[in-house]
Design a protein around this ligand. Structure first.
Ligand SMILES: [Zn+2]
Length: 70
């Protein structure tokens, strides 16, 4: 699945857009105040998490302030 980074407002719009047409899963992270939609109809993951937020979940690596692997 392709991961698409969007604003939270735009993820909300896409959730409404796919509602009733596509099978989707929606997750909200209160820690990051981020919304993630997994849509099996579009075959896409739309998230308001930034790439840096996602990388931070991976503890096998260390990152500099710009989110690059050190
Ligand atoms: Zn969809």
């Amino acid at each position: 699945m392709e991961v698409v980074h969007k604003s939270q407002e735009s993820v909300k719009k896409m959730i409404k857009n796919c509602e009733g047409r596509h099978v989707q899963q929606v997750a909200y992270s209160s820690y990051h105040d981020a919304l993630t939609q997994v849509c099996f109809g579009c075959n896409k993951v739309r998230t308001s998490l930034t790439k840096f937020d996602i990388k931070k979940f991976d503890n096998d690596y260390e990152y500099d302030k710009d989110g690059n692997i050190i």
